[in-house]
Design a protein around this ligand. Structure first.
Ligand SMILES: [Zn+2]
Length: 418
């Protein structure tokens, strides 16, 4: 299509493009109907009207169902790693996280474009050729938003652990004239400017704990608690208008906690939380990332020679924390005749999507059909690409043979790309 025609097409569909508000859930890492993701062959399409994500086929179904024509397309392509890539010297006793042991993670290149269906008219993004400001603003906001999938993972991770602190409701705050500025914080006892904790009793800003290897802070916040007994501190840089997500730590309870009066406790020190931006990871986010990056599956059967098996019915599920119990249950349930016929053999994925309500992510029938098709179709259980055959220990082999499990269907992948 000629540039002018393409731009006219986009312009005529602008009424269907929305800029996401902070309260909108923005899906951008997995299709809501299948297990396709930005690394799948067709990439991932974000509906710029509903912010739901779709694999290539499902985006077509969504266009048929809703008429929404404009999509932000995200495609991650694996980079080839030169064989002589020098391995970095680890500084942490961990695998796959910054400073830890290199686990030969594949690296991906990501490309974005704006696609107008049904003709797949494509505009590179970002690009000066994209004439419409609203499209640029919407695409920027989608990319900046915290993905709904990650929020759900975090909620699942912290669901059982975060409780209301016993010290929150009757916390005594000392009025010593402290007013906390919106940025530019520093530990009052040292030069640390990150990993800082605001004591909610007296307004002292102090650095976090020192890690065993010398990284982290200088223990000034916890030392302050030991001297004063002031129980609660909030991590600066984790406070946003979503107050429940702020990282509040209780020293006497030795745990991350909820403070139902946090808004009041912050305003005592002049903090307007609605204007603050997130600049630091919470404890839960760090734990989740470490858990995901540390591949527990890889060590479970080290040294054993396992025969890889592939195909329908041999699809594993990835673990999130200790979700292997849930995943194993799902594997058993979907191996029964009644579940496999109800949610796979006798129910097409497309039909489930067509009959689902406008938000398919909360529809039980849709999500069970998605899981049934993911597990039983064999689409996500394929032999590892040839490039991986040189690997001595293939993660994929372990995973597929044991049918290890969790919240996401494991696609056919090997240790190089996991
Ligand atoms: Zn300090």
């Amino acid at each position: 299509m000629e540039t002018a025609n393409a731009q006219e097409l986009l312009r005529s569909n602008l009424s269907r493009v929305r800029i996401p508000e902070p309260t909108n859930r923005v899906y951008k890492s997995e299709c809501c109907v299948s297990f396709d993701n930005p690394r799948s062959e067709g990439g991932l399409y974000i509906d710029m009207n509903t912010f739901l994500a779709f694999g290539k086929d499902c985006a077509g179904w969504n266009y048929e169902k809703t008429g929404n024509p404009v999509y932000l397309h995200i495609k991650q392509t694996r980079k080839l790693i030169p064989e002589d890539r020098p391995s970095k010297k680890p500084t942490l006793l961990a695998i796959g996280i910054e400073g830890g042991f290199d686990n030969n993670e594949a690296e991906y290149e990501v490309t974005y474009s704006i696609v107008v269906l049904p003709g797949h008219v494509t505009f590179p993004f970002p690009s000066v050729e994209l004439p419409e400001k609203v499209v640029r603003l919407a695409a920027d906001a989608i990319l900046r938003a915290e993905g709904a999938e990650r929020k759900e993972q975090l909620a699942a991770w912290t669901a059982d652990t975060k409780k209301v602190s016993a010290h929150a409701m009757d916390l005594k705050q000392i009025n010593n004239g402290v007013v906390i500025p919106p940025s530019g914080w520093k530990c009052v006892k040292c030069e640390k400017r990150d990993n800082l904790w605001l004591n909610l009793t007296d307004g002292f800003i102090l650095c976090g704990r020192r890690n065993w290897d010398g990284t982290g802070g200088n223990n000034h916040a916890i030392d302050h608690y030991k001297e004063t007994g002031h129980p609660l501190a909030v991590k600066l840089g984790t406070i946003t208008s979503d107050l429940e997500a702020a990282d509040v730590f209780s020293y006497p309870e030795d745990d991350s906690v909820l403070d139902p009066l946090l808004a009041q406790h912050l305003s005592f020190f002049g903090i307007d939380f609605s204007s603050l931006k997130k600049t630091e990871m919470t404890t839960a986010e760090r734990e989740l990332d470490q858990n995901i990056n540390f591949d527990w599956n890889r060590i479970q059967e080290s040294g054993q020679d396992l025969e890889p098996i592939f195909g329908p019915g041999y699809t594993g599920l990835v673990n999130l924390g200790n979700s292997c119990y849930m995943a194993a249950t799902m594997q058993v349930v979907f191996s029964t005749q009644s579940f496999s016929s109800r949610y796979y053999k006798n129910q097409a994925l497309k039909l489930a999507f067509e009959t689902a309500p406008s938000d398919p992510t909360v529809d039980l029938n849709m999500q069970l059909t998605k899981l049934g098709h993911g597990l039983l179709s064999g689409k996500y259980s394929v032999p590892a690409p040839e490039v991986c055959e040189i690997e001595a220990i293939c993660h994929f082999k372990i995973l597929e043979t044991r049918r290890i499990t969790s919240s996401h269907v494991q696609s056919g992948r090997c240790c190089k790309s996991s």
